[in-house]
Design a protein around this ligand. Structure first.
Ligand code: SF4
Length: 213
């Protein structure tokens, strides 16, 4: 990568980490996937149960089977049939797991974590319940501020997620949000975590690659 591109990215990442820390989050940079996996396994060492949010980023690291092999009770609702009592129960158990692994739809350079959910289990578990929360996000999730975060939800995260779920929503054709009234709408709750929530322990790791949406 061009040295100036790399230098520019470093400023963006360093500023985001500094802002997140000012807002009470633990924040750090991870240079590659191997470091990310190591960090997750270390954080899980004193945990019996690990909840996995609906996230491509965390699964792309291949960490879920590693946690299972390490003897953790893993609550991964993607391994269950959607809408079944077992799947809903799994989502509820995530909210009381020792460690909850999740990504973010956007991280702002001003120090906020922004997500938009259909069910809300991810957003709920991020703000209260699990003993520890780890947000792992590719550097592509960083945006300048809250306005840019909402734009990212509407121009990238929402339409791409709707495509991945094969939803019949207008954004899968337009590529951007139409604020639809479709029964298949996936965007139903927006969360902005402005500061480390009281009683929570959220760590944010920014990975030095583009990952997830
Ligand atoms: S609100 Fe509807 S159109 Fe907009 S991103 Fe979500 S699913 Fe797509």
């Amino acid at each position: 990568m061009d040295d100036f591109v790399k230098a520019h990215e470093k400023i963006i990442i360093d500023t985001t980490i500094e802002s997140l820390e000012k807002h009470g989050f633990n924040a750090r940079f991870l240079p590659n996937r191997e470091e990310a996996v190591r960090f997750i396994l270390d954080l899980a060492a004193d945990c019996d149960s690990v909840g996995i949010a609906g996230t491509h980023t965390v699964r792309a690291l291949g960490v879920v089977p590693m946690l299972e092999r390490a003897g953790k009770t893993v609550y991964d609702h993607w391994s269950l049939k959607p809408g079944t009592p077992e799947e809903l129960d799994c989502r509820r158990r995530q909210m009381q797991s020792d460690l909850f692994l999740v990504s973010a739809n956007a991280l702002t350079m001003t120090g906020e974590i922004v997500n938009r959910d259909g069910c809300g289990n991810r957003i709920n578990a991020m703000t209260f319940g699990p003993r520890k929360v780890l947000v792992v996000a590719g550097k592509n999730k960083i945006v300048s501020d809250l306005d840019a975060a909402i734009a990212r939800l509407e121009e990238v995260a929402g339409p791409t997620r709707a495509m991945s779920l094969n939803r019949k929503t207008p954004c899968v054709k337009t590529g951007y949000c139409m604020d639809c009234d479709s029964p298949e709408r996936i965007c139903r709750i927006t969360s902005i975590i402005h500061r480390q929530p009281i009683f929570s322990n959220i760590t944010v790791c920014i990975l030095d690659e583009d990952l997830g949406y």
